[in-house]
Ligand binder design. Structure first.
Ligand code: IPM
Ligand code: MN
Length: 359
């Protein structure tokens, strides 16, 4: 029987409880489809600061590099707000992305049919629906450029962050987006700010070159980021795959997630050449942590992405996604998506409903 090594990073806040639920689903999928898992539990974020003094300990790095994939809950919380900027839980997230070379961040935002009314967009605008895959470059741009926290310039204190992109960085994320589009609806929108930024002009001409040379079958268009933010809200069904840089992708993926009405439901994948990491889009929700009421679906769908992208266990991934849809169709709802007349359950109740529907 195939055995996969998974490093599990529960993290902070609701991280531990949603990951515990998710692991049950992975095990069940393994049982049904003939494989098993070795889980190596390690620390990332605030819990790692408490234990080791740093948010991304060497033990964690070593375990991740030796595993087939990494599953993450969520990191951060008010407890670590007083940590200096370079030792905050979020720094652990940036460090693991850089160290594992997780250059492509996939953030699908879609409307789950049973939750259509939860979207903040009017029905007539939703029209053909919203099903966008955001492909965010994750290890470059302004997130990882040089910065200066404080200096005196012309007699005034200032700070700065440098954005840079190289052709190879844009090249590989573009290819990734083009391949993804071929498996979806064959349409890529590249988002930049090339009317102002030099990095965006290099971005755009590189995207065009890769497209024209190797992906002429894919429909490509370009949009300025400010316009894209508007189009998401007024014409969301225009989009299929959106490819963009690190900072624009951070912002646009939050917008797309909230438009879907299901932020507690959306998974993500951060793909590297050696290993990849899977985590829910939502945060650590410290206000509800420990109560057992958090919605585990985003984490469970992240596990489905893990099966699909890292382990090529497509059938198991399909089965989990179908089970989640069936549980929603059958009326099961955690508090965040609850509507009158539905069956209100806690995190474990939702997981049980999904487990019973994995076929
Ligand atoms: C995200 C988060 C992170 C980011 C933060 C926590 C560093 O907002 O994954 O989108 O900005 O990338
Ligand atoms: Mn973000």
């Amino acid at each position: 029987m195939k055995n996969y090594k998974i490093t599990v990073l529960k993290g902070d806040g609701i991280g531990p409880e949603i990951v515990d639920e998710c692991v049950k689903v992975l095990d069940k999928a393994g049982e049904k489809f003939g494989f098993s898992f070795d889980y190596n539990y390690q620390l990332l974020g605030g819990c790692a600061i408490d234990e080791y003094g740093v948010p991304y300990p060497d033990e964690t790095a070593k375990a991740c590099k030796a595993s087939d994939a990494v599953l993450l809950g969520a990191v951060g919380g008010p407890k670590w707000d007083s940590q200096p900027g370079n030792n905050r839980p979020e720094k652990g997230l940036l460090a693991i992305r850089e160290d594992l070379g997780l250059f492509a961040n996939l953030r699908p935002a879609k409307i789950f049919a049973p939750l259509k009314s939860a979207s903040p967009i009017k029905e007539e605008i939703i029209g053909d629906g919203l099903d966008i895959l955001i492909v965010r470059e994750l290890t470059g741009g302004i997130y990882f450029g040089d910065r200066c926290e404080s200096e005196i310039h012309n007699g005034a204190e200032r700070a700065w962050d440098l954005e840079n992109y190289s052709v190879p960085e844009v090249d590989r994320i573009t290819r990734f987006a083009m391949e993804a589009a071929r498996k979806r609806h064959g349409h890529v929108t590249s988002v930049d700010k090339s009317n102002v930024l030099a990095t965006s002009r290099l971005w755009r001409r590189t995207v065009i070159k890769i497209h024209d040379e190797d992906y002429p079958d894919v429909q490509l268009d370009h949009m300025y980021v400010d316009n894209c933010a508007q189009q998401f809200a007024i014409h969301p069904s225009f989009f299929d795959v959106v490819v963009t840089g690190n900072l624009f992708g951070d912002i646009l993926s939050d917008e797309a997630a909230v438009l879907s009405g299901s932020i507690g439901m959306l998974p993500s994948a951060s793909i590297g050449n050696e290993t990849s990491l899977y985590e829910p889009i939502h945060g650590s929700a410290p206000d509800i942590a420990g109560k057992g009421i958090a919605n585990p679906i985003a984490t469970i769908l992240s596990a489905a992405m893990l099966l699909r992208y890292s382990l090529n266990e497509d059938k198991a991934a399909d089965a989990i996604e179908a089970a989640v849809n069936q549980a929603l169709d059958d009326g099961y709802r955690t508090g965040d998506i609850y509507k009158e007349g539905m069956k209100k359950v806690n995190g474990r109740g939702m997981t049980d409903a999904i487990l019973a529907r994995i076929q």
